[in-house]
Ligand binder design. Sequence first.
Ligand SMILES: NC(=O)c1ccc[n+]([C@@H]2O[C@H](COP(=O)([O-])OP(=O)(O)OC[C@H]3O[C@@H](n4cnc5c(N)ncnc54)[C@H](OP(=O)(O)O)[C@@H]3O)[C@@H](O)[C@H]2O)c1
Length: 307
Amino acid sequence: MSKPKTILITGGTGLLGKGMEETAPAGCRIISVHQRDYEVAGSKAKQLVLDLREKRAVDRLFEKHRFDAVVHAAGIASVDYVERHYAESLESNLVGTLNVCSAARRAGTHLIYVSTNAVFDGTRAPYKENDPLRPVNKYGRIKVECERLVAETQAAFTIMRPILMYGWNHPVTRPNPATWIYAKLLRGETVELVDDVTENPLYNVQCGEALWAMVRRKPSGIFHVAGKDAMNRWKFGVTLAKVFGLDAGLIKRVTSARFPDIAKRPPNTILSTRRMETELGVKPMTLADGLEAMKASMHGPKTPGKC
Ligand SMILES: NC(=O)c1ccc[n+]([C@@H]2O[C@H](COP(=O)([O-])OP(=O)(O)OC[C@H]3O[C@@H](n4cnc5c(N)ncnc54)[C@H](OP(=O)(O)O)[C@@H]3O)[C@@H](O)[C@H]2O)c1
Protein backbone atom coordinates (compact mmCIF):
# COMPACT_ATOMS: atom_id res chain seq x y z
CA MET A 1 0.00 0.00 0.00
CA SER A 2 1.38 3.47 -0.88
CA LYS A 3 2.23 5.93 1.88
CA PRO A 4 -0.39 8.68 2.41
CA LYS A 5 0.59 12.00 0.88
CA THR A 6 1.32 14.83 3.28
CA ILE A 7 0.22 18.32 2.22
CA LEU A 8 1.17 21.52 4.00
CA ILE A 9 -1.42 24.30 4.05
CA THR A 10 -0.16 27.56 5.47
CA GLY A 11 -3.04 29.66 6.78
CA GLY A 12 -5.00 26.42 7.05
CA THR A 13 -7.49 27.84 9.56
CA GLY A 14 -8.48 30.68 7.21
CA LEU A 15 -11.48 30.67 4.89
CA LEU A 16 -9.54 29.14 2.00
CA GLY A 17 -7.89 26.54 4.23
CA LYS A 18 -11.27 25.57 5.63
CA GLY A 19 -12.61 25.06 2.09
CA MET A 20 -9.61 22.83 1.38
CA GLU A 21 -10.05 20.83 4.53
CA GLU A 22 -13.72 20.24 3.76
CA THR A 23 -12.89 18.89 0.30
CA ALA A 24 -9.77 16.95 1.29
CA PRO A 25 -9.53 13.59 -0.48
CA ALA A 26 -9.38 10.46 1.64
CA GLY A 27 -5.84 9.28 2.30
CA CYS A 28 -4.22 12.73 2.35
CA ARG A 29 -2.59 13.92 5.53
CA ILE A 30 -2.85 17.68 6.08
CA ILE A 31 -0.50 19.73 8.17
CA SER A 32 -1.98 23.14 8.75
CA VAL A 33 -0.11 26.18 10.02
CA HIS A 34 -1.47 29.33 11.65
CA GLN A 35 0.20 31.88 13.92
CA ARG A 36 -2.03 32.80 16.87
CA ASP A 37 -2.37 30.51 19.87
CA TYR A 38 -5.62 28.59 19.37
CA GLU A 39 -6.79 25.20 18.13
CA VAL A 40 -9.80 24.64 15.90
CA ALA A 41 -11.89 21.82 17.38
CA GLY A 42 -12.83 18.87 15.15
CA SER A 43 -10.26 19.64 12.45
CA LYS A 44 -8.98 16.73 10.31
CA ALA A 45 -5.64 18.48 9.94
CA LYS A 46 -2.69 18.39 12.28
CA GLN A 47 -2.60 22.01 13.42
CA LEU A 48 0.66 23.76 14.19
CA VAL A 49 1.15 27.22 15.62
CA LEU A 50 4.08 28.71 13.73
CA ASP A 51 4.89 32.23 12.57
CA LEU A 52 6.09 32.10 8.96
CA ARG A 53 8.17 35.21 9.55
CA GLU A 54 10.52 32.99 11.57
CA LYS A 55 12.85 31.42 9.03
CA ARG A 56 14.32 28.83 11.39
CA ALA A 57 10.88 27.57 12.37
CA VAL A 58 9.90 27.22 8.71
CA ASP A 59 13.15 25.40 7.90
CA ARG A 60 12.63 23.02 10.80
CA LEU A 61 9.10 22.24 9.60
CA PHE A 62 10.44 21.22 6.18
CA GLU A 63 13.26 19.19 7.78
CA LYS A 64 10.77 17.27 9.87
CA HIS A 65 8.25 16.46 7.11
CA ARG A 66 8.47 15.47 3.47
CA PHE A 67 5.58 17.33 1.77
CA ASP A 68 4.06 16.22 -1.51
CA ALA A 69 2.92 19.83 -2.09
CA VAL A 70 2.65 23.09 -0.21
CA VAL A 71 -0.33 25.43 -0.50
CA HIS A 72 0.90 28.77 0.77
CA ALA A 73 -2.20 30.79 1.68
CA ALA A 74 -1.12 32.40 4.97
CA GLY A 75 -0.76 36.10 5.37
CA ILE A 76 -2.62 39.25 6.26
CA ALA A 77 -5.54 39.06 3.86
CA SER A 78 -7.48 42.18 4.84
CA VAL A 79 -6.94 44.82 2.14
CA ASP A 80 -7.67 47.67 4.53
CA TYR A 81 -5.44 46.34 7.30
CA VAL A 82 -2.54 46.04 4.84
CA GLU A 83 -3.10 49.60 3.65
CA ARG A 84 -2.80 50.89 7.24
CA HIS A 85 -0.06 48.52 8.45
CA TYR A 86 2.27 48.25 5.48
CA ALA A 87 5.52 47.36 7.27
CA GLU A 88 3.87 44.64 9.34
CA SER A 89 2.14 43.29 6.21
CA LEU A 90 5.41 43.22 4.26
CA GLU A 91 6.92 41.06 6.98
CA SER A 92 4.01 38.70 7.19
CA ASN A 93 3.19 38.43 3.49
CA LEU A 94 6.54 38.99 1.76
CA VAL A 95 9.06 37.71 4.32
CA GLY A 96 6.72 34.81 5.15
CA THR A 97 6.53 33.93 1.45
CA LEU A 98 10.32 34.24 1.10
CA ASN A 99 10.80 31.78 3.96
CA VAL A 100 8.30 29.29 2.51
CA CYS A 101 9.89 29.67 -0.96
CA SER A 102 13.42 28.99 0.34
CA ALA A 103 12.37 25.89 2.28
CA ALA A 104 10.23 24.50 -0.57
CA ARG A 105 13.00 25.08 -3.10
CA ARG A 106 15.58 23.26 -0.98
CA ALA A 107 13.18 20.38 -0.36
CA GLY A 108 12.22 20.20 -4.05
CA THR A 109 8.53 20.56 -3.12
CA HIS A 110 5.88 21.83 -5.52
CA LEU A 111 4.63 25.20 -4.24
CA ILE A 112 1.12 26.49 -4.87
CA TYR A 113 1.12 30.18 -4.04
CA VAL A 114 -2.23 31.84 -3.32
CA SER A 115 -2.32 35.32 -4.85
CA THR A 116 -5.35 37.53 -5.62
CA ASN A 117 -7.45 39.36 -8.22
CA ALA A 118 -6.12 42.58 -6.63
CA VAL A 119 -3.00 42.34 -8.82
CA PHE A 120 -5.15 44.00 -11.55
CA ASP A 121 -6.30 47.62 -11.78
CA GLY A 122 -9.87 46.69 -12.65
CA THR A 123 -10.18 48.71 -15.86
CA ARG A 124 -9.94 45.89 -18.45
CA ALA A 125 -11.97 42.93 -17.25
CA PRO A 126 -12.35 40.06 -17.81
CA TYR A 127 -8.74 39.26 -16.89
CA LYS A 128 -6.75 36.36 -18.28
CA GLU A 129 -3.77 34.89 -16.44
CA ASN A 130 -1.12 36.72 -18.44
CA ASP A 131 -2.69 40.16 -18.50
CA PRO A 132 -0.49 43.01 -17.20
CA LEU A 133 -0.33 43.46 -13.42
CA ARG A 134 -1.26 46.93 -12.17
CA PRO A 135 -2.30 46.86 -8.50
CA VAL A 136 -4.09 49.91 -7.10
CA ASN A 137 -3.46 49.26 -3.39
CA LYS A 138 -0.67 48.05 -1.09
CA TYR A 139 -2.18 44.58 -0.63
CA GLY A 140 -2.09 44.07 -4.41
CA ARG A 141 1.46 45.46 -4.66
CA ILE A 142 2.75 42.97 -2.09
CA LYS A 143 1.01 40.10 -3.91
CA VAL A 144 2.70 41.13 -7.19
CA GLU A 145 6.08 41.02 -5.45
CA CYS A 146 5.27 37.61 -3.96
CA GLU A 147 4.21 36.24 -7.35
CA ARG A 148 7.51 37.44 -8.81
CA LEU A 149 9.44 35.88 -5.96
CA VAL A 150 7.72 32.54 -6.49
CA ALA A 151 8.10 32.59 -10.28
CA GLU A 152 11.77 33.56 -10.14
CA THR A 153 12.92 31.17 -7.41
CA GLN A 154 10.86 27.98 -7.65
CA ALA A 155 11.56 25.11 -10.00
CA ALA A 156 8.04 23.75 -9.55
CA PHE A 157 5.19 26.14 -8.78
CA THR A 158 1.59 27.11 -9.46
CA ILE A 159 0.26 30.60 -8.79
CA MET A 160 -3.43 30.56 -7.98
CA ARG A 161 -5.45 33.78 -8.04
CA PRO A 162 -8.77 33.57 -6.20
CA ILE A 163 -11.27 36.41 -6.06
CA LEU A 164 -13.77 37.58 -3.40
CA MET A 165 -14.35 34.43 -1.39
CA TYR A 166 -17.39 33.55 0.72
CA GLY A 167 -18.36 30.61 2.93
CA TRP A 168 -18.54 29.62 6.60
CA ASN A 169 -15.32 30.70 8.29
CA HIS A 170 -14.05 29.34 11.60
CA PRO A 171 -15.27 31.75 14.32
CA VAL A 172 -11.62 32.43 15.32
CA THR A 173 -10.89 33.95 11.89
CA ARG A 174 -12.17 37.09 10.20
CA PRO A 175 -15.68 37.14 8.71
CA ASN A 176 -16.17 37.39 4.93
CA PRO A 177 -18.87 39.30 3.00
CA ALA A 178 -21.36 36.41 3.25
CA THR A 179 -21.01 35.78 7.00
CA TRP A 180 -20.80 39.50 7.75
CA ILE A 181 -23.92 40.42 5.75
CA TYR A 182 -25.76 37.34 7.07
CA ALA A 183 -25.04 38.28 10.71
CA LYS A 184 -26.10 41.90 10.20
CA LEU A 185 -29.38 40.99 8.46
CA LEU A 186 -30.15 38.38 11.09
CA ARG A 187 -29.81 41.09 13.76
CA GLY A 188 -32.11 43.36 11.72
CA GLU A 189 -29.35 45.89 11.01
CA THR A 190 -28.97 48.02 7.88
CA VAL A 191 -26.10 47.08 5.54
CA GLU A 192 -24.56 49.53 3.07
CA LEU A 193 -23.11 47.78 0.02
CA VAL A 194 -21.36 49.31 -2.97
CA ASP A 195 -22.53 48.88 -6.54
CA ASP A 196 -19.31 49.99 -8.24
CA VAL A 197 -16.98 47.09 -7.38
CA THR A 198 -17.56 44.04 -9.57
CA GLU A 199 -16.19 40.52 -9.11
CA ASN A 200 -17.17 36.90 -9.78
CA PRO A 201 -17.48 35.64 -6.17
CA LEU A 202 -15.99 32.29 -5.27
CA TYR A 203 -17.38 29.74 -2.80
CA ASN A 204 -14.55 28.64 -0.50
CA VAL A 205 -15.48 24.97 -0.94
CA GLN A 206 -15.17 25.30 -4.72
CA CYS A 207 -11.84 27.05 -4.17
CA GLY A 208 -10.81 23.99 -2.11
CA GLU A 209 -11.76 21.65 -4.97
CA ALA A 210 -9.71 23.68 -7.46
CA LEU A 211 -6.73 23.60 -5.10
CA TRP A 212 -6.92 19.84 -4.69
CA ALA A 213 -6.97 19.51 -8.49
CA MET A 214 -3.73 21.54 -8.48
CA VAL A 215 -2.22 19.38 -5.75
CA ARG A 216 -3.01 16.26 -7.84
CA ARG A 217 -1.90 17.62 -11.23
CA LYS A 218 0.80 20.07 -10.18
CA PRO A 219 0.32 22.27 -13.24
CA SER A 220 2.83 25.04 -13.82
CA GLY A 221 2.02 28.72 -14.26
CA ILE A 222 -0.91 30.88 -13.21
CA PHE A 223 -4.55 29.90 -12.70
CA HIS A 224 -7.55 32.14 -12.05
CA VAL A 225 -10.14 30.57 -9.75
CA ALA A 226 -13.52 32.31 -9.54
CA GLY A 227 -17.28 31.81 -9.60
CA LYS A 228 -19.58 32.02 -12.64
CA ASP A 229 -21.54 35.21 -11.93
CA ALA A 230 -20.18 38.71 -12.32
CA MET A 231 -21.76 41.01 -9.78
CA ASN A 232 -21.30 43.99 -7.52
CA ARG A 233 -21.38 43.82 -3.72
CA TRP A 234 -24.93 45.21 -3.52
CA LYS A 235 -26.24 42.43 -5.80
CA PHE A 236 -24.22 39.93 -3.75
CA GLY A 237 -26.03 41.04 -0.58
CA VAL A 238 -29.46 41.00 -2.20
CA THR A 239 -28.87 37.45 -3.54
CA LEU A 240 -27.72 36.32 -0.10
CA ALA A 241 -30.81 37.81 1.57
CA LYS A 242 -33.04 35.96 -0.91
CA VAL A 243 -31.31 32.59 -0.47
CA PHE A 244 -31.33 32.79 3.35
CA GLY A 245 -34.84 34.25 3.57
CA LEU A 246 -33.65 37.51 5.17
CA ASP A 247 -34.89 41.09 4.66
CA ALA A 248 -33.25 42.51 1.51
CA GLY A 249 -34.94 45.84 2.36
CA LEU A 250 -32.21 46.36 4.98
CA ILE A 251 -29.58 46.53 2.23
CA LYS A 252 -28.73 50.07 1.12
CA ARG A 253 -27.16 50.60 -2.30
CA VAL A 254 -24.20 53.04 -2.14
CA THR A 255 -21.03 53.83 -4.10
CA SER A 256 -17.40 53.62 -2.97
CA ALA A 257 -17.46 57.40 -2.35
CA ARG A 258 -19.40 56.55 0.84
CA PHE A 259 -16.18 54.99 2.27
CA PRO A 260 -13.39 57.52 1.60
CA ASP A 261 -11.09 56.16 4.30
CA ILE A 262 -10.64 52.58 3.09
CA ALA A 263 -8.08 51.27 0.58
CA LYS A 264 -8.82 51.89 -3.09
CA ARG A 265 -10.48 48.89 -4.81
CA PRO A 266 -10.08 48.01 -8.50
CA PRO A 267 -13.55 48.60 -10.00
CA ASN A 268 -13.95 45.44 -12.08
CA THR A 269 -11.64 42.44 -11.69
CA ILE A 270 -13.79 39.66 -13.15
CA LEU A 271 -11.43 36.76 -13.76
CA SER A 272 -11.60 34.50 -16.79
CA THR A 273 -12.00 30.89 -15.60
CA ARG A 274 -11.25 29.20 -18.93
CA ARG A 275 -7.98 27.68 -17.72
CA MET A 276 -9.57 26.47 -14.48
CA GLU A 277 -12.32 24.78 -16.48
CA THR A 278 -10.22 23.23 -19.24
CA GLU A 279 -7.05 22.27 -17.36
CA LEU A 280 -8.38 21.56 -13.87
CA GLY A 281 -11.82 20.30 -14.87
CA VAL A 282 -13.53 22.64 -12.37
CA LYS A 283 -16.82 24.18 -13.49
CA PRO A 284 -17.51 27.61 -11.90
CA MET A 285 -20.52 27.78 -9.58
CA THR A 286 -23.22 30.44 -9.69
CA LEU A 287 -23.53 32.60 -6.58
CA ALA A 288 -27.02 31.25 -5.90
CA ASP A 289 -25.70 27.66 -6.02
CA GLY A 290 -22.78 28.53 -3.74
CA LEU A 291 -25.06 30.22 -1.23
CA GLU A 292 -27.53 27.32 -1.36
CA ALA A 293 -24.62 24.95 -0.66
CA MET A 294 -23.59 27.18 2.21
CA LYS A 295 -27.12 27.08 3.60
CA ALA A 296 -27.24 23.30 3.26
CA SER A 297 -23.88 22.92 5.02
CA MET A 298 -24.96 24.87 8.10
CA HIS A 299 -25.08 21.44 9.73
CA GLY A 300 -21.68 20.14 8.56
CA PRO A 301 -19.83 19.48 5.26
CA LYS A 302 -20.28 16.51 2.88
CA THR A 303 -17.64 13.77 2.60
CA PRO A 304 -15.32 14.14 -0.44
CA GLY A 305 -13.62 11.53 -2.73
CA LYS A 306 -10.16 9.99 -3.21
CA CYS A 307 -6.67 11.51 -3.12
N1 LIG B 1 -10.70 35.81 1.25
C1 LIG B 1 -10.69 36.34 0.03
O1 LIG B 1 -11.71 36.87 -0.45
C2 LIG B 1 -9.44 36.30 -0.80
C3 LIG B 1 -9.49 36.78 -2.12
C4 LIG B 1 -8.32 36.74 -2.89
C5 LIG B 1 -7.16 36.23 -2.35
N2 LIG B 1 -7.14 35.78 -1.07
C6 LIG B 1 -5.88 35.25 -0.52
O2 LIG B 1 -6.12 33.91 -0.12
C7 LIG B 1 -5.31 33.58 1.00
C8 LIG B 1 -6.17 33.01 2.12
O3 LIG B 1 -7.14 33.99 2.46
P1 LIG B 1 -8.20 33.73 3.63
O4 LIG B 1 -9.35 34.61 3.36
O5 LIG B 1 -8.38 32.27 3.83
O6 LIG B 1 -7.40 34.35 4.88
P2 LIG B 1 -7.87 34.45 6.41
O7 LIG B 1 -9.19 33.80 6.58
O8 LIG B 1 -7.68 35.85 6.85
O9 LIG B 1 -6.79 33.51 7.15
C9 LIG B 1 -5.42 33.85 7.15
C10 LIG B 1 -4.63 32.67 7.67
O10 LIG B 1 -3.23 32.99 7.59
C11 LIG B 1 -2.64 32.77 8.86
N3 LIG B 1 -1.48 33.65 9.04
C12 LIG B 1 -1.43 34.99 8.89
N4 LIG B 1 -0.19 35.43 9.10
C13 LIG B 1 0.58 34.34 9.40
C14 LIG B 1 1.94 34.14 9.76
N5 LIG B 1 2.81 35.17 9.82
N6 LIG B 1 2.37 32.88 10.02
C15 LIG B 1 1.50 31.84 9.97
N7 LIG B 1 0.21 31.97 9.64
C16 LIG B 1 -0.26 33.20 9.38
C17 LIG B 1 -3.77 33.06 9.84
O11 LIG B 1 -3.46 32.52 11.10
P3 LIG B 1 -4.05 33.19 12.45
O12 LIG B 1 -5.53 32.94 12.45
O13 LIG B 1 -3.34 32.46 13.52
O14 LIG B 1 -3.72 34.65 12.37
C18 LIG B 1 -4.92 32.34 9.14
O15 LIG B 1 -4.82 30.94 9.32
C19 LIG B 1 -4.57 34.86 1.39
O16 LIG B 1 -3.28 34.81 0.86
C20 LIG B 1 -5.39 35.95 0.72
O17 LIG B 1 -4.59 37.07 0.43
C21 LIG B 1 -8.25 35.79 -0.27
